[in-house]
Write a protein that binds this ligand. Structure first.
Ligand code: PLP
Length: 375
């Protein structure tokens, strides 16, 4: 690929000096579990999100697992989740013996549709809601929050793709992903907006009791060495990953701004081309463009054209969760979630990462335009 979908090498090159030094210090001290690097990262990440507490864990999936466990989701419970997301949003629901209820999306943003959530909550059996800030676009937290609050159901934000995205509430307050829900879940999978050198994740919360409970749950139910208050899990964040993440966190706001700049460039360069539509930013909701998603009826032909031109485009995601073989036991069928199905049958993600140059962006635009010019 001339222009990959994501470029982890370019990211490492930019942070090499800081990361190499941070890793060397952890290794020299052989402090691989816990320690000051973990605490420092958790404090810095909580500050970044505008949340009171951050708890480092082994992955975004582990974060979702612990959030559900902390809210005591269990057998017989129902959890409302979108079907337009990565499967990790719904898997831990099943691990705990509960049942996912799939909710449709807003066609323009790809995020959970408040009206559809309201309908999903109507039977009164939902224990928690997991709205996903998908592609880096924040969900309508004000609307979703009001509906969930009225039903007395806590929100777990899946912010795995949306570190630093924000929403302006009715009173004018700006809240970042991770500062609104009862608990929020982040992934630092290498290709995410903040990426580790392996698996890593975090939870955020403003509730001191939940923070304590999450700390216990991630580490065998304990806060001291051999005293186990509850039965927990092995979901710790490695110290090495925390040290790496602290270095990369220092440029995350600037990196997200650069992603927004690239997205604006794509929109300007592709507006009115063929039948293209874009995932749009809703008013009062500021996205961080984990993906830059376009829609076209003839998606597979465009993808083949881009591949031939050396451009690493992708599909996020090709099959909604309610139609995945893993979830056939839930009885979902085509037609259940029309907005989700329409979204996933037409979406294409173009390369976007902070190090993508203007020249590379223009090359991608030219390649997309040449497909439509030739058709
Ligand atoms: C990446 C991702 C996850 C899972 O995170 P991992 O760190 O890979 O376990 C969960 N939800 C969404 C929306 C994601 O994109």
């Amino acid at each position: 690929m001339t222009i990959p979908l994501v470029d982890l090498k370019a990211s490492y090159e930019r942070h090499k000096a800081g990361i190499d030094a941070a890793m060397a210090e952890v290794i020299t001290n052989t402090r691989f579990i816990g320690g000051k690097e973990l605490v420092e990262f958790e404090e810095a990440f909580a500050t970044f999100c505008g949340a009171r507490f951050a708890i480092g864990v082994g992955s975004g999936t582990a974060a979702l697992h612990l959030a559900l466990a902390a809210l005591e989701v269990g057998p017989g419970d129902v959890v409302a989740v979108p079907a337009h997301t990565f499967i990790a949003t719904a898997e831990p629901v099943v691990w705990l013996g509960a049942t996912p209820r799939f909710v449709d999306i807003e066609p323009e943003t790809g995020c959970m549709d408040p009206a559809a959530l309201k309908a999903a909550l109507a039977p009164g059996d939902v224990k928690a809601v997991i709205p996903v800030h998908i592609h880096g676009q924040p969900v309508d937290l004000a609307a979703i929050g009001a509906i969930a609050e009225e039903a007395g159901v806590p929100i777990i934000e899946d912010a795995a793709q949306a570190h630093g995205s924000s929403v302006t509430l009715a009173d004018g307050t700006v809240v970042r992903a991770g500062a609104y829900g009862a608990i929020s879940c982040f992934s630092f999978y290498p290709g995410k907006n903040l990426g580790a050198f392996g698996d890593a994740g975090a939870l955020t919360t403003n509730d001191p009791e939940l923070a304590q409970k999450l700390k216990k749950l991630r580490d065998h139910g304990r806060l001291s060495k051999y005293e186990h208050d509850i039965v927990g899990y092995a979901h710790r964040l490695d110290t090495l990953q925390a040290a790496i993440l602290s270095v990369k966190l220092t440029t995350l706001d600037a990196d997200n701004d650069r992603r927004r700049e690239i997205a604006a460039g794509y929109r300007a360069g592709l507006e009115g081309v063929g039948d293209l539509r874009f995932v749009t930013e809703a008013p009062g909701r500021r996205g961080v463009y984990h993906h830059f998603v376009i829609h076209t009826a003839d998606r597979d032909a465009l993808l083949a054209h881009l591949k031939a031109a050396g451009i690493g485009a992708g599909i996020h995601f090709p099959l909604p969760l309610h139609l995945q073989p893993a979830f056939t036991f839930l009885g979902g069928k085509r037609g259940d979630l029309p907005n989700t199905e329409a979204f996933e049958s037409t979406c294409v993600s173009l390369p976007i990462y902070p190090e993508l140059t203007d020249a590379q962006r223009d090359e991608v635009i030219a390649a997309v335009r040449s497909y439509f010019d030739g058709n």
